[in-house]
Design a protein around this ligand. Sequence first.
Ligand code: BTN
Length: 254
Amino acid sequence: MQTKRMGQNLIRYQVTDSTNVDAAKAAADGASEGTLIIAESQRAGRGRKGRSWTSPEGCNLYFSLLLRPEYKPDQACMVTLVMALAVAEAIAGLGIDAKIKWPNDVVVSGKKVCGILTEMSLSGDRIAHVIIGTGINVNQTEFPEEIRQTADSLKNRAGNDVDREKLLSRVMEEFEKYYDVFVENGDLSGLMKKYESRLVNRNTAVRVLDPGGEFEGTARGINWYGELIVERENGIVENIYAGEVSVRGVYGYV
Ligand code: BTN
């Protein structure tokens, strides 16, 4: 890996419960910024919103990156978008047209190939550490019935095997580059154009699934804080904060 920090300290498991849990333990043991935990398979891979992440052996990438930032807790949710951008760019570097479904799913031809779960630990009102857990469906060919409509792998989409080590190195290199820009600005102002160029929802009709009430509009892009800018039919522009809200295409997942 041609990086200075990200992935330089590498901890590798054949099988583990969840690399996010391992990363939290490594953090408690004093592991340094950029420590990367990878596993060949996970017994209890965790997804967002309490879901599980299917993690079969030997075909995909499951990794968690440890960060020890100086910035404030409310800035940490933006690093998820930085990782989504890094993964999309790394996949694009292999000649596969990868897009981002806001905020942080990476999709290829409309199906999800990567999910990211960011977890933060606080010490008082400061960040103790941030863990970015990333799962990329690389060479998996069969998917469980429940996710077959929305998920797929790079291999199925591109038609050929993808080198996992090369892909992981590219992700770390891209992440380090974009993360430095994010840290310097303290927000996504330096990355939003790049992010928007990969945003699959851009200028498309979306349904915003807000617990306070669903509505439809046209997604225009993101702001400096990674919120999705949605123009409603009545012309009112809403900034959507990821948190509890999800966004779907009006006709399906994307
Ligand atoms: C999602 O639901 O989209 C996020 C999935 C995140 C899965 C990755 S796999 C590596 C890391 N370890 C986990 O237990 N989860 C994340």
